[in-house]
Design a protein around this ligand. Structure first.
Ligand SMILES: [Cu+2]
Length: 258
């Protein structure tokens, strides 16, 4: 212990700082429950980064607090501190370790992105139109339009997104995916929902005075409920078409309806 006189107090302080930092990481509900395959992969990477940050913060915070407490100048002491030159071993360590850490994170993030965006053959394609300040979802095959995004659980959905005016961004926190919607180009967002339920779609790009109200629902349904909803909506579209093509019949039908 005499060779390292600061080891014991540093270790005790490190435990205090470490427990406090870990408590902040664990006890605050930072993100809502995950509801997509993408969310699982993103969260694993995020928690790896959080725990690395907790460890680094604990190390830096501990040494800093200890130095401020143990080595602060006595009142009236105006002398310079001891002259310091570089420490080659320390500099190599603090260059190599972050390099390895960043390389690991870069490769991992690339793999997460590649897996999150891997296209399934049986995916559902939905067209999304964003405008100030509303979302419209269109099912091209059935020509159905909806203000809510309805999708079946455990199937892949690819959103083909276009903007009519300014840049918007489609974000569903439970899915952990977000993509800008940019005028003039089509952008894509891929989701594999794993939980049924209703979640909020929010616009995550400041797009004007109504930005905060630019919300819609995404309703993840069991496959059979989704099928029957889509079939009914598509039948309604065809009957409206038929009505528009033959206005006289439509008018007649309306008058006879009680
Ligand atoms: Cu917007």
């Amino acid at each position: 212990m005499r060779r390292f006189p600061h080891a014991l107090p540093l270790a005790v302080l490190a435990i205090v700082v470490g427990v406090a930092t870990a408590a902040v990481a664990l006890l605050v509900p930072w993100v809502p429950d995950a509801a997509s395959e993408q969310a699982g992969r993103t969260d694993t990477l995020m928690w790896f980064l959080i725990w690395c940050s907790v460890a680094i913060f604990t190390g830096v915070g501990t040494v800093m607090l200890y130095a401020v407490w143990k080595f602060r100048a006595k009142p009236g002491d105006e002398s310079d501190g001891p002259p310091m030159h570089g420490n080659t071993r320390l500099e190599i360590i603090w260059t190599v370790l972050p390099t390895i850490l960043l390389a690991v994170v870069a490769v991992w993030a690339y793999l997460v992105l590649a897996e999150n965006e891997a296209l399934a053959d049986d995916r559902i394609e939905v067209q999304v139109a964003a405008e100030q300040f509303a979302w419209t979802f269109r099912y091209p095959e059935q020509q159905v339009e909806s203000g809510d995004l309805r999708i079946p659980v455990d199937r892949q959905v690819r959103l083909q997104m276009r903007s009519k005016d300014v840049i918007h961004s489609l974000y569903v926190t439970e899915f952990r995916v977000k993509q800008d919607v940019v005028p003039g180009i089509t952008t894509y967002l891929i989701i594999n929902p794993t939980e049924t339920g209703t979640y909020q779609i929010i616009c995550a790009e400041l797009c004007g005075v109504g930005h905060g109200t630019m919300r819609a629902r995404v309703i993840v349904m069991p496959q059979d409920e989704y099928d029957s909803w889509l079939e009914q909506a598509s039948r309604q579209v065809s009957s409206e078409r038929a009505g528009a093509d033959a206005p006289d019949t439509a008018a007649a039908a309306t008058t006879t309806t009680p």
